[in-house]
Design a protein around this ligand. Structure first.
Ligand SMILES: Nc1ncnc2c1ncn2[C@@H]1O[C@H](COP(=O)(O)OP(=O)(O)OP(=O)(O)O)[C@@H](O)[C@H]1O
Ligand SMILES: [Mg+2]
Length: 382
């Protein structure tokens, strides 16, 4: 007689997630029952039981926790191994899952992790008591580490969030001071230094916040038509003083029709990171070129080119990784290595790409984004 495959019930109200889970587990020797709600999962369990449950936490109606409570009360449900799949990265959710004797997998789902965890849970039933105890101990240690990690994330999120507003306020007050014509030269220098430092802190905190949101799948963009010209003008005026201090000129040429559909603030911060990097590496009395073109009527390209040491080909693969290339490529100061990773996340969220182009006289970064209205595009540089 043909042996039945172990039955796994999954409940998630989002069809995309159910499809993703089904694709992820397609190679496993299981019978996957996908349900769109907690109630449907309970019904499926009542009908045929399950060797393992995969439950989304946040679902309309009966949430994942209530679903598991109901299944625990059914015959055969008290012990069924359960994995909660959730984008919620808070300690309460984690603790609640543990109270119900379930495990916890953070969304966005990593295919190898989910398949591995399901496999382990299914195998566990066949293991000896000793192995089970061993697994329980390992699981306890893993959970302790995850819990500590969640608490650490929470703490750094508070820290970073609380830094953002004071940094912006300090920047604004320094700005106001600089407008006072009666300010002495020394006081002006100090105010300019305060403004530059506050601006760096703002960039860094925004980079960290957005990268964290992206990890949690929570980074969203508010789209409207954005002219690269306006973004470039804005960034150039913010960084004019830093450029002057370094005796570097910003040479700007942006096509009038380089108009993309995107989040103006996020795109401004992308460019700000690229120009800050260029300023950091450009030699004194050199020029940084910001060039915006519409090469083919479907996308806009923005290049930031400096005459610094450039980026050696061996470092390119790690350039957009967090905390950057391990060895410095030159320049007067190392930063945090979060600027380019943020740029990549932000540009890709807009459906575009960011690359570094080979250039024998410095570094050249290019951001490519789809045009807001591709058919209307015409080349028009001025
Ligand atoms: N224009 C450039 N010229 C030369 N090297 C660059 C340039 N831009 C970036 N790099 C190299 O890439 C690394 C990563 O850049 P990234 O912007 O991610 O981090 P950072 O500037 O070091 O720090 P942060 O932006 O977080 O303050 C830099 O440390 C530097 O080594
Ligand atoms: Mg940087």
């Amino acid at each position: 007689m043909e042996e039945r495959l172990p039955r796994v019930i999954c409940a998630d109200d989002h069809e995309d997630n159910r499809t993703l889970i089904a694709e992820t587990l397609a190679g496993e020797a299981i019978e996957l029952v996908s349900c769109a709600s907690g109630d449907a999962a309970i019904e499926a369990f009542r009908e045929g039981g399950a060797r393992c449950l995969l439950l989304d936490v946040r679902m309309p109606g009966r949430d994942g926790f209530a679903t598991l409570e109901a299944i625990r009360a059914l015959p055969g449900g008290a012990e069924v191994p359960t994995l909660f799949l959730t984008a919620l990265r808070d300690v309460d959710t984690f603790d609640r899952a543990r109270e119900l004797g379930a495990e916890f997998v953070a969304k966005p789902i990593r295919a190898d992790e989910l398949a591995g965890r399901v496999r382990t849970l299914l195998q566990l039933a066949g293991y000896s008591m000793e192995l089970r105890a061993h697994h329980a101990e390992l699981a306890r240690q893993r959970d302790e580490l995850v819990r500590m990690q969640l608490l650490r994330e929470l703490m750094s999120a508070f820290l970073v969030h609380d830094l953002k507003s004071p940094a912006a306020a300090i920047q604004l007050h320094a700005e106001l001071l600089l407008r006072d014509p009666s300010l002495s030269a020394d006081a002006r220098d100090s105010a300019a230094a305060i403004r530059a430092l506050a601006q760096r802190t703002t960039t860094l905190t925004c980079n960290i916040l957005d990268l964290t949101k992206a990890d949690e799948g929570q980074l969203r963009i508010e789209r409207r038509d954005v002219a690269w010209r306006d973004v470039v003008r804005d960034v150039a005026s913010t960084l004019a003083l830093s450029a002057r201090e370094r005796e570097v000129t910003l040479s700007i040429e942006v096509a009038r029709d380089a108009i993309v559909s995107g989040d103006a603030d996020m795109l401004r911060r992308v460019l700000e990171n690229l120009v800050e990097n260029a300023l950091r590496h450009a030699p004194p009395r050199s020029s940084i070129q910001i060039l915006g073109t519409v090469p083919d009527g479907s996308c806009a390209e923005l290049r930031v080119r400096d005459r610094g040491p450039g980026i050696s080909p061996s470092l390119r693969p790690q350039l957009f990784e967090r905390f950057g290339p391990r060895e410095p490529t030159g320049g007067s100061r190392r930063g945090h290595g979060l600027g380019l990773p943020f740029c990549r996340v932000a540009v890709e969220l807009h459906g575009g790409s960011i690359d570094v182009e080979p250039d024998d006289r410095g570094a050249c970064f290019v951001v490519r984004l789809p045009l807001a209205r591709p058919t209307l595009a015409r080349q028009n540089v001025s």
